[in-house]
Design a protein around this ligand. Structure first.
Ligand code: FAD
Length: 276
């Protein structure tokens, strides 16, 4: 179990209240000794300062921080500037993404896909950064085909990524099959499952619709049947996600990456149940 690594994901808060809440969440999760905490980045640079502030604060607390960096809508110069700030702040770990252009925001920019960003980061900064990329066991919603999506993932890793974090999923078999397909191409990069705790039915269904993660019918039906009974949603969600994590850990996954949504409760509860 020792060489497994666990990480947590936050998003940059937009208000003073949100910042305080996140500090509190961090204080609750820090004792779980994550390998690192990552902080998301709004595509088009919308959270640039917030992401930077959050990662610097995490590093000051003595925890490794990994900012996400999405390239859609960006110029090479603007990405160079951001990388410079991260280096100056002693950041050595980054999650490199394409991102999704917010609707109504203009130009595509100078990068089309995440592999181009990974290549650029390597060309500009050599081995300074440990680079993570995104993986999609149930396929990216815009992928032309599963094979095409796999080829694109391979290209992104070959551009210089060290490891990958998956989109969340509740079908473990999709993850196992994806990892097998990647291994069949000869790549040995760690592919860490992204874990989304379940605490809110409406929000989960909305997210899943957009990102192409499938909520199995039996899970969705049960959650729906609880209506506004948040306690039952939470208890059932905890059972489902803990069982998923147990299965993944038993199969020897390299670690787990928790999408915390800036709340400590569900992640901590799963952690305790897993007796990590
Ligand atoms: P890519 O790897 O570029 O893939 C995007 C699509 O293009 C795929 O369908 C792929 O098959 C296809 N493709 C890739 N390369 C090529 C090519 N050369 N030619 C043709 N097609 C190609 N979004 C944010 O905005 N901010 C975040 O902080 C953030 N964090 C995330 C963290 C994780 C772990 C994950 C899984 C997702 C995150 N996202 C984030 C969402 C992500 O930005 C979206 O899923 C986005 O649509 C794709 O980003 P990507 O880096 O996977 O893109």
């Amino acid at each position: 179990m020792q060489d497994r690594y666990f990480s947590f994901e936050f998003f940059p808060p937009k208000t003073a209240e949100g910042t305080e809440k996140l500090r509190n969440t961090r204080a609750q999760l820090a004792p779980l000794k994550p390998k690192y905490i990552s902080v998301t980045f709004g595509a088009g640079g919308t959270t640039q300062q917030g992401t930077l502030d959050a990662v610097l604060e995490i590093q000051r607390d003595g925890i490794e921080a990994a900012p996400h960096l999405s390239c859609v809508g960006s110029s090479r110069e603007s990405i160079r500037e951001i990388l410079k700030k991260y280096r100056e702040g002693g950041i050595r770990h980054i999650v490199a993404l394409r991102g999704d252009m917010p609707s109504g925001m203009g130009e595509i920019g100078e990068f089309r896909y995440a592999n181009e960003l990974v290549e650029f980061i390597r060309a500009e900064t050599g081995d300074w950064f440990n680079i993570e990329v995104a993986a999609y066991p149930e396929y990216h919603p815009q992928a032309k085909s599963p094979r095409h999506d796999l080829e694109n993932f391979v290209r992104k890793v070959k551009a210089g990524a060290n490891s990958a974090i998956t989109q969340y999923f509740y079908n473990a078999d999709a993850y196992f099959r994806f990892v097998d397909d990647v291994r069949a191409t000869g790549l040995e990069v760690p592919i860490v499952p992204g874990i989304m705790p379940i605490t809110n039915y409406t929000q989960l269904m909305r997210f899943s619709e957009t990102c192409g993660a499938e909520v199995p019918r039996w899970v969705a039906k049960r959650l729906e049947s609880f209506g506004d009974d948040r306690e039952s949603i939470r208890a059932f969600g905890l059972d489902v996600v803990t069982a998923l994590c147990e299965r993944l850990l038993a199969a020897g996954v390299p670690g787990l990456h928790f999408y915390t949504l800036n709340a400590a409760g569900a992640t901590k509860a799963i952690w305790q149940r897993l007796k990590l």
